[in-house]
Design a binder for this molecule. Structure first.
Ligand code: ZN
Length: 195
């Protein structure tokens, strides 16, 4: 079982290249959260043009039912994308890898935009054979980006979007970006209080 952690921009590339390297010509399915409606995905296509069927579902526990028992049995590799959205990640991965003999490749965010743990991605590290922490490039200076800065003032943890809502940043620009955000919201708060 492999865990690929990364920021928004790189996690999909990571998933696809891992699939291409590990899977062919075996039987593969990719699971994605149905919370992410940005793409109407029934399949994903790698940069090399490889196509894998994609299952947008709410819970991992429903996957074998969705795909069908026989099809599940035949699968060699299960890719889970945006793993932070699945609450039953740990149980699913343990069963699939330990009992069902699947190779499980997980891609997801380890932290949210405030760098707090996100979903149960961190919980499955003890289950994994290997863990790769991926980085993007800071949008502001081009250095390695470990964090994600939210462009909006929305505060819920799960706000699904792409480059319109998030940007990868280095530590320096994460910290300065958060300072700007906090100053802006304190200012907005004072305006509400006094207005
Ligand atoms: Zn930077």
């Amino acid at each position: 079982m492999q865990l690929k952690q990364g920021v928004v921009d790189v996690e999909e590339d990571a998933m696809y290249s891992a699939l291409v390297l590990t899977c062919q010509p075996r039987s593969v399915a990719v699971i994605k959260s149905n919370k992410d409606t940005r793409y109407g995905l029934q399949s994903i296509v790698t940069h090399d043009g490889e196509k894998f069927p994609c299952w947008p579902i709410a819970d991992l526990s429903s996957f074998s039912q969705e795909i069908g028992h026989d099809a599940y049995e035949k699968l060699n590799v299960i890719g889970i994308d945006e793993a932070q959205f699945f609450h039953d990640l740990y149980d699913f991965c343990r069963k699939a890898a330990d009992c069902d003999g699947k190779t499980v490749i997980v891609a997801g965010l380890d932290g949210d935009y405030l760098r707090r743990r996100f979903g149960s991605v961190l919980d499955i590290i003890p289950l994994a054979d290997s863990v790769t922490k991926l980085t993007a490039r800071c949008e502001l200076c081009g250095k390695r980006a470990f964090f994600t800065l939210r462009r909006t003032e929305e505060r819920q943890t799960e706000l699904i979007g792409g480059a319109d809502l998030y940007m990868p940043v280095c530590r320096k620009h994460y910290v300065s970006g958060q300072v700007v955000r906090e100053a802006t919201s304190a200012f907005e708060y004072r305006k509400v209080q006094s207005g």
